[in-house]
Ligand binder design. Structure first.
Ligand SMILES: [Zn+2]
Length: 341
């Protein structure tokens, strides 16, 4: 009998609600990255039963060659890959896209998502590159999260050295916040260094929305929710100074600029109800995010100049200005982070 090692693979946490540090309006930081963790030794198992011990009934399917199949909704999906190690031991590696989750609950978007999880904002590991070129989405029944129209305090996009994955809208503490479409509450979370109290809803149309910095969530995880129902009260919790709603729209974990879909000045849809998500259009910020993930920074010290920093990192002043949205004449502050790559 061969001794098998089950390698639990916890994929990288997504960068969620990453925002710029600003004096007046500080913002969520990404959750700390979690990488490969515990390995659990299975007692001498080389059969299907023991391999699948502890997995929810109704989820198990079959072992074919190197791959264990798990049924989620209508589809059967591979769960483990077998990796042979040097000493002849077999290791079963959990497929990143198939993280453990309670897949027993039935939900309209299940065939799209496969994983239902109350703990992580993006457990899907479905990068933009792996999406279809265009995805039709029905925005029918949309309800704007706020009752009163206020102003946008911060938009989606690149900020200095971070990416802001949502739109910030002014709210008063205690303002009712409403679900944008019908769906099911996936997460009611507390993220003290980021979202604060937040609610994440998976909608029947395949989108997920996040509502951050709440003073109080008023829903429970796994609860069915309908468009317009109150999910919580606006607030100022987490990395936030000045009460506001941090509103995100995601598709399979990938953030979409909410302002491309929602007209925040009117509190209504900006686009037709039959909407087409396109990889090139909707996720055109993806390249920028990729570059941002590879970005490097220099912290300004006494005596630093742009030309000095440029020389040191084998780049040009022009590139530095472009990367940091500054001018050649801009004055550097001590401690300021200058992106050099
Ligand atoms: Zn925000």
């Amino acid at each position: 009998m061969q001794r098998l090692t089950l390698l639990l693979w916890v994929a990288l946490l997504p960068i969620a609600g990453v925002e710029a540090r600003k004096p007046k309006h500080a913002e969520p930081e990404p959750p700390a990255a979690v990488e490969e963790t515990d390995s659990v030794d299975l007692e001498e198992n080389d059969d299907f039963e023991s391999l699948t011990e502890g997995m929810p009934v109704g989820v198990l399917s079959r072992l074919v060659g190197d791959t264990l199949f798990v049924s989620c909704g209508q589809d059967e999906l591979p769960r483990f890959l077998v990796v042979m190690t040097d000493d002849g031991e077999c290791q079963y590696r959990l497929m990143p896209a198939m993280l453990w989750g309670d897949t027993t609950g039935s939900h309209p978007a299940d065939s799209l998502y496969h994983v239902w999880m109350n703990t992580r904002v993006n457990p899907y590991q479905m990068p933009v590159d792996s999406l279809k070129d265009s995805i039709p989405i029905s925005l029918k029944g949309f309800v704007y999260p706020l009752k009163n129209l206020t102003h946008v305090t911060s938009g989606f996009g690149f900020r200095r050295y971070r990416f802001h994955y949502g739109t910030d809208v002014k709210v008063q503490v205690g303002d009712s916040l409403r679900a944008s479409w019908d769906g099911q509450v996936r997460i009611v979370g507390w993220d003290p260094r980021g979202y604060g109290y937040y609610v994440l809803i998976r909608h029947d149309n395949g989108l997920e929305t996040i509502y951050g910095h709440l003073s109080r969530p008023l829903v429970e995880e796994n609860e069915r929710i309908y468009a317009g129902e109150i999910l919580g009260l606006g607030g100022n919790t987490g990395r936030s100074t000045g009460s506001h709603l941090h509103y995100e729209i995601r598709y399979l974990g990938n953030a979409i600029d909410p302002a491309t879909i929602v007209d925040f000045d009117k509190g209504a849809l900006r686009v037709p109800e039959d909407y087409l998500i396109t990889k090139k259009g909707t996720f055109r910020h993806n390249e920028e995010i990729k570059q941002l993930k590879m970005a490097q920074y220099h912290k300004v010290r006494q005596g630093d100049t742009l030309s000095g920093i440029a020389r040191r990192y084998h780049t040009s002043v022009r590139t530095l200005c472009k990367l940091n949205h500054i001018k050649e004449t801009s004055i550097l502050r001590l401690g300021q982070k200058i992106r050099v790559r």
